[in-house]
Design a binder for this molecule. Sequence first.
Ligand code: TPP
Length: 332
Amino acid sequence: MRGDKRSSPRRVGARSNREGRLGCSPRVSPRGVSGSAWRSSVETTTPRCSQAVALTTATRTARYNPIRTHENKPKATRKQIEAALTLLNDVDKPLIVSGGGVLNAAAEDLLVQFAETVGVPVIPTLMSWGAIPDDHPLMAGMVGLQTSHRYGNVTMLASDFVLGIGNRWANHHTDSVEVYRKGRKFVHVDIEPTQIGRVFGPDLDIVLDAKAALELFVEVAKKWKASGKLKDRSAWVADCQQRKQTMQRKTHFDNVPMKPQRVYEEMNQVFGRDTCYVSTIGLSQIADAQFLHVYKARNWINCGQAGPLGWTIPAAPGVRAADPQRPIVAVG
Ligand SMILES: Cc1ncc(C[n+]2csc(CCOP(=O)(O)OP(=O)(O)O)c2C)c(N)n1
């Protein structure tokens, strides 16, 4: 009925909002409410809050049924791997994008072996940094918005094909998906089927664990190499290396106080090849990725793109607990 405020939808919404707030909020005793009155209000209202949480969780569980790939790993046929290699072999300027899945699967040695067999440069994502040493001739730099190298971005734009393994095409890596995709073909290999086609549809996809995939890639690539079927990539690799030599960011500043770029230059000289860097988010993550060097798998421990500030503090002792010997530099 018009004018009856109790039955208007706005009022019903407002009342339930108030109830929701009452049920979940009080953390401190509101002014004017005695401690015991406040405690009993919390005791009577808390169950309502946990019921709401339980309901939400139940609804979410009913909707989301993850595929339990860790229990029942998907398999691929040799034909699928051959199809991917055929696409890679047909083009002129191919790249391999190595994602964090390569490190999770402990497949870094296979990655390097595969890249060396086909002679194709590798772009590691931030989560895969260290899978191929920074000074390896096939390490072509990181790509993207912030945690990237100038030569990596230019090499990506010059390429005509990308084979992504264990990666997500995360937005910090791709930046504009339109620019990232334009003029190149893509093959995507990932163990998580919901990642395939999530950002864009590749020309070919293979649902497979990175290690299982790389084992097959190495096997087929070695056969093809022995039979002279693989293209010679030396000109393309030389292009990528030339960019890597000439497109470094400037670090040698003499300013006082010292510029961060110079601090990184000194860090690279002082800390050895075995150093493990632990870092979190913000400018330290960005500048670390732009200026430091990582030479070994899992020597870059990072929470990923939009992680929590302060993560370095518990993460560094975690790395120490896992490995009592490793030289660790915590940056935050
Ligand atoms: C717990 C948490 N709150 C907020 C953010 C969002 N955030 C990301 S970087 C950043 C600024 C960090 O500034 P500072 O600590 O001065 O480091 P800088 O990036 O300047 O090196 C913020 C607020 C976050 N990542 N984590």
